[in-house]
Design a protein. Structure first.
Length: 537
């Protein structure tokens, strides 16, 4: 009887190991869903799948029985199912390894299928359940091995009978290796305790943050910005219809994102505040509504990241809604001697922007609240960010803005300055070849060579293209919207079979030729003419 009781005890611990393995699976998946793809939560995806496939009578029964708590009841039911299934997997892994791991892998595959078949799924949505499955499986194997090692040391003191042997698989060489004489059961409990507590903490924290993100996203979706007082006129001929050419305006989902935030900050506009202090006549604190009440206008501005390599994609053009920064700073009154504004994000990031770039009447430096016809996306700074033409983003485009400190370059430095980047970073104007793309084979004959060029706050005068070592030839440019946006360009080329080098360079409206010499991105942006090898068949 004592041996039977001991055997049942190990079955209980095996069930606990399975539950902890399932918890680690879910916690890992939730964490990476938060970081990579918010729609990739296994519980929510499976819950959505269940809602989709449940017949209408059952839905009506759930609503009638649970009312507004029907979703909570569904999640509770799914949670109970997960606990039971995980416990069974743990027992299987002890009794008939590797059936427990196989069961966990099947559960991971089913949750992945539920996720990737949902509408609006992102490219990385498969990763959270995959990583969760790996983490849960590894932990289940480790816990089961330690449990079997504990069982070996326990049964070695007693003569095993058939009842005890029926409860678990025969110990393997790995079990004996993991269980030297006098195995301490604490090894099992220590691992189980650490894994269990970590899973609970990580899982709850990830889900809490995800729920906050979802809540703010719903607020953002419901937000209606006032109509702009002035709008941007897009002239005829501003966009060229050439396959492979970057569109005139970069969509929000395709707009580059570079920041230091590990997770996207979630800020309710109702609680957002902007503080303006430092070298000012009076400290000012603005609410989101205060900003809207100042009147918003529409601006077309291209942004460029200092990390953009020659020919790179860390540049984008958008239509912004916002308020001039010069008007915001006037509310506080800037004192004499100041030459810099240190902007601060909610996550602590800071940027150093020359004061002159924010107060110049000829520069449209703004506090943006809208992007391409909608409120700022969360990942692009909702509810308020800075947009300053002519400066790289790391010194001007602070997202999730909370503070503007009027100061001097001598007294303050921003996040990237001590990390080897210049405190001031005017954009080096540049040009890029979009099509033909590098590595793409194109057919011989007449084809377009096309791309974009930008020189924010100055404007592009012309773009020139060179084929191999031939003469530089002028490209045809689109009609610029203004000097703060990029322009598209193209040139028809009679391509002959073989490999060819295509180079592009630009001239700005000041008559300056784009810098030919190559320079790295640090300390103040890359430079050089893009030269691409094109293969013609």
């Amino acid at each position: 009887m004592a041996q039977q009781s001991s055997g049942r005890r190990f079955i209980v611990w095996a069930a606990l190991a399975g539950v902890i393995g399932g918890a680690v699976f879910l916690a890992t998946a939730e964490l990476f869903a938060l970081l990579l793809a918010r729609s990739a939560s296994p519980i929510l995806a499976v819950g959505g799948f269940v809602i989709d496939i449940v017949p209408q009578p059952f839905k009506e029964f759930a609503i009638a029985t649970f009312g507004e708590y029907d979703k909570i009841a569904l999640l509770a039911g799914l949670g109970l199912a997960v606990v039971i299934a995980s416990a069974i997997a743990g027992i299987l892994q002890l009794v008939r390894p590797p059936l427990g791991v196989i069961a966990l892998v099947v559960a991971g595959a089913l949750s992945t299928a539920a996720i990737v078949t949902r509408a609006g799924v992102t490219a990385l949505a498969f990763l959270p359940p995959l990583l969760g499955t790996i983490a849960g499986s590894v932990l289940l194997v480790l816990l089961s091995r330690r449990l079997r090692a504990w069982r070996v040391s326990t049964l070695s003191d007693d003569a095993p009978d058939s009842a005890a042997a029926d409860h678990a698989a025969a110990p393997t060489a790995a079990d004996h290796a993991a269980a030297p004489t006098g195995v301490d059961r604490r090894r099992f409990f220590v691992l189980a305790g650490i894994a269990g507590v970590s899973a609970v903490v990580v899982g709850i924290a990830s889900r809490t943050v995800s729920m906050a993100v979802a809540s703010v996203e719903s607020i953002r979706s419901a937000l209606r910005l006032p109509a702009p007082g002035t709008t941007v006129t897009v002239p005829a001929g501003a966009e060229l219809d050439i396959p492979g050419l970057s569109p005139l305006f970069t969509s929000n989902k395709d707009f580059y994102r570079v920041d230091t935030a590990l997770t996207v900050p979630t800020i309710d506009p109702a609680t957002w505040r902007l503080v303006i202090d430092g070298m000012v006549d009076q400290r000012v604190e603005l609410t989101f509504q205060d900003l809207l009440d100042m009147g918003i206008d529409e601006y077309a501005i291209t942004l460029t990241c200092v990390s953009n390599e020659v020919g790179g994609e860390l540049v984008g053009n958008a239509m912004w809604l916002g308020v001039p920064l010069r008007d915001v700073l006037k509310k506080a009154g800037v004192k004499s001697g100041a030459d810099m504004v240190l902007s601060r994000s909610v996550d602590g990031y800071t940027a150093s922007t020359p004061l002159a770039a924010l107060t110049d009447d000829d520069l449209d430096a703004i506090l943006a609240v809208g992007m391409n016809g909608e409120p700022l996306p969360l990942e692009h700074g909702f509810p308020v960010r800075m947009v300053v033409p002519g400066l790289y983003g790391y010194v001007s485009a602070t997202k999730w803005l909370t503070e503007l400190k009027v100061t001097t370059f001598a007294d303050d430095e921003a996040y990237w300055t001590p990390r080897g980047y210049s405190a001031k970073a005017p954009i080096k104007f540049s040009s890029r070849l979009d099509t033909p793309s590098i590595g793409e084979a194109v057919p011989a004959g007449r084809i377009p060579i096309a791309g974009v060029a930008w020189a924010q706050s100055v404007g592009i005068e012309r773009v020139e293209v060179q084929i191999d070592d031939g003469d530089w030839m002028p490209a045809t440019m689109s009609t610029p919207i203004n000097d703060d946006t990029w322009v598209q360009w193209f040139m028809e080329w009679d391509a002959t079979p073989g490999t060819h080098y295509v180079a592009v360079r630009a001239v700005n409206k000041n008559g300056d030729l784009q810098i030919e010499d190559r320079a790295p991105i640090a300390p103040d942006g890359s430079s050089g003419w893009q030269r691409s090898l094109i293969r013609v068949t």
